[in-house]
Design a protein around this ligand. Structure first.
Ligand code: SAM
Ligand code: ZN
Length: 357
């Protein structure tokens, strides 16, 4: 079991040659974005990397941001060797290590709360969110959550969605945005019972995972307000119409009522503007997220719409220009975001088609 040393960002990491402890180089963007957010975040006290594997994310946060203290935790008995080696490689004096069950560790921090908590498990984060909320500062805390059970959240596995998140999920043409909004909605519902509001400040769906960052706000009023942003979405499989809190008929059949999901913005534009990208991939993502940050209606997949309505809408640039308030989206290369009413959106596509003739 010889450890290897790699460099990720500005940090040296001791990584396993075999798979005795978890390390996935493909999650670099997840860590890059976390670095940008922590750097842009006003409170940089204690960061808990709750399920840290070899500690890649926490070690990078300790080395590449002004955080005061990082706690690395992983149950795997082999993890500490890699954590310790990386701490030495980067001369860090602001990192400590634990080997506890994540929920027990978080419960022990009920009175000694963290400014920032990262939850990055295998599969679903659902079982860790409640204890994370009890261990995070109730005001201006930052909860960072990764989910790799995208099949449950986006509606491919409907029973898993119901069991783990208490939602009705079904695959739509905006499945990954549905998944991100379902994850945000779940976290908001978990926090509300403690009179804590969770508000998303940055979210992305990348490759096989969803990642959401939520800030805490204390108080009954804030928690109630957040809960009122969690609700259902009506979706028509025939014409692709989607609308929050919508029931009834569309195209002569009942719309599918899915959710509950988060219906509000999934970015804090001010924060996103402060985020300094640490890689070209992160730069591209942050740029797209800035563009789409104002829109709350799930994106339209233009190819799906063209097929359903038998049209050829033409260039994305022109569609966005004709809509006025619209943007591209990081969720899909074929996606367009707009909060225009559905009929206006479809009419614009038809006008676009006519202009091409
Ligand atoms: C997906 S990996 C974490 C990856 C890491 N955040 C990174 O960026 O490389 C999940 C880790 O959680 C650990 N783990 C699983 N269940 C746990 C639990 N109940 N308490 C603490 N650690 C746990 C596993 O050993 C594994 O290393
Ligand atoms: Zn319809």
């Amino acid at each position: 079991m010889r450890p290897l040393i790699i460099t990720e960002g500005k940090t040296k990491l001791s990584v396993p040659e075999h798979n005795e402890v978890f390390f996935n180089p493909q999650m670099k963007l997840n860590r890059d974005i976390t670095i940008s957010i922590v750097n842009a975040w006003p409170k940089k006290g204690a960061f808990c990397d709750t399920l840290s594997g070899i500690g890649a994310k926490g070690i990078r946060v300790a080395n590449e941001t002004d955080i005061e203290h990082v706690l690395l935790n992983d149950l795997n008995p082999h993890a500490q060797r890699f954590m310790k080696k990386s701490i030495t490689l980067n001369n860090l004096d602001n990192v400590s290590i634990e080997k506890k069950d994540a929920n027990i560790l978080l419960s022990e921090h009920k009175y000694d709360k963290f400014d920032i908590i990262d939850i990055d498990p295998f599969g679903s984060p659902a079982q860790f969110i409640d204890s994370a909320i009890r261990a995070i500062l109730p005001k201006n805390g930052l909860l960072c959550v990764t989910a790799t059970d995208t099949g449950a959240l986006c509606g491919s596995f409907q029973n898993a969605a119901l069991r783990k998140y208490g939602i009705k999920a079904k695959k739509t043409t905006f499945y990954n945005e549905f998944g991100v909004r379902a994850l945000v909605g779940f976290c908001v519902r978990e926090a509300a019972k403690y009179d804590i509001a969770l508000i998303p400040v940055f979210s992305h769906a990348t490759r096989h995972y969803y990642r959401v960052f939520l800030k805490t706000e204390r108080g009954r009023t804030a928690a109630t307000k957040a809960m009122k942003m969690v609700g259902h979405i009506g979706y028509c499989y025939t014409c692709d119409m989607r609308k929050y809190n919508h029931t009834g008929k569309c195209c002569n059949r009942d719309v599918e009522v899915l959710g509950p999901i988060w219906q509000g913005k999934i970015y804090d534009k001010k924060l996103v503007r402060k985020m300094e990208p640490v890689s070209s991939e992160a730069e591209k993502l942050i740029m797209l997220c800035t563009e789409e940050s104002e829109f709350v209606t799930p994106y339209y997949n233009i190819h799906a719409i063209e097929k359903k309505h038998k049209i050829k809408a033409g260039s994305f640039k022109k569609i966005i220009a004709s809509l006025g308030k619209a943007s591209r989206t990081h969720f899909s290369n074929f996606g367009i975001k707009t909060d225009a009413p559905f009929r206006t959106f479809i009419r614009t596509l038809f006008q676009q088609q006519q202009q091409q003739r």
